[in-house]
Design a protein around this ligand. Sequence first.
Ligand SMILES: Nc1nc2c(ncn2[C@@H]2O[C@H](COP(=O)(O)OP(=O)(O)O)[C@@H](O)[C@H]2O)c(=O)[nH]1
Ligand SMILES: [Mg+2]
Length: 273
Amino acid sequence: MDGWMDGWMDGWMDGWMDGWTDFFRPMSSADLRILVHVTKSDETKKTSVVLLGLTGSGKSSALNLILNRSGNTYSLNSSCQDPTESTICCERKEIFTGGKRLILVDTPELWDDDGVENTELVKDCLALALPGPHVFLLVLQVGRFTQCESEMLGHVQKIFGREVVEHAIILFVHFDSNKHRPLKINEYVAGAHSSLQDLIRKCGSRFYLLNVSKSHSGLSYPQVKELLSGIDKLVASHGGRGYSVKRFSSQELQERNHLTGDRKEAAYLLGDN
Ligand SMILES: Nc1nc2c(ncn2[C@@H]2O[C@H](COP(=O)(O)OP(=O)(O)O)[C@@H](O)[C@H]2O)c(=O)[nH]1
Ligand SMILES: [Mg+2]
């Protein structure tokens, strides 16, 4: 009897262990293909937002605030390996917010004083914004509107195409605002220079404000929420379709993103659930 039980137990244990050894075996290329396939289909559901503007306008500060307020930073890709204090390359961050993944692409100024684009940076930013970009945030600092700011939309349209305005939102960044007299952005815009009003009008009169301040940060929670909902609304108005810049093929951009893409998928395999 003992011998029969032993034999039965051994057989049962072998089968049971087979299941576990199968579970613990290293992933085959077929497994990886399935996982990568899943992550690729997830990719197409993402919304991506590119932050554009002059150096010092507040793009990186705004992006960091959005990341802080919406939590859950997901992954990071960068078109360069050597991040420094000021932005010198395009960077991609992801957050999980409102049940969706949102890609945020930070950029350095993409044009020089004569408005001539840095084509490599432009390609980087578009590659990192795949499957979009869906929205362009044109970042302006409150209280600063010089000749350079008034020429910005012209440069952006030259680089990305005239229709870029249909996917654009103006984002005002206010540093060190007065907590006792918070800025009312509608009043600010109503009293602004006509060329700023013109710029806003060309961008469908879509504008939002973010307060960047170390001393009083409470205001920025509802501001980030409003901005994210404005982004959602604009994306929905385009049926979720991204914007394509005709002079770069999607194949070229996908290939450009290939290396960072590999790293991204590795991050999903480790961290996604
Ligand atoms: N007054 C003030 N300036 C800030 C604050 N945070 C950043 N800055 C400055 O604002 C400028 C814009 O910052 P940044 O977000 O890097 O601009 P970007 O070049 O558009 O990315 C930089 O010169 C920063 O030093 C802040 O809390 N208060
Ligand atoms: Mg920056």
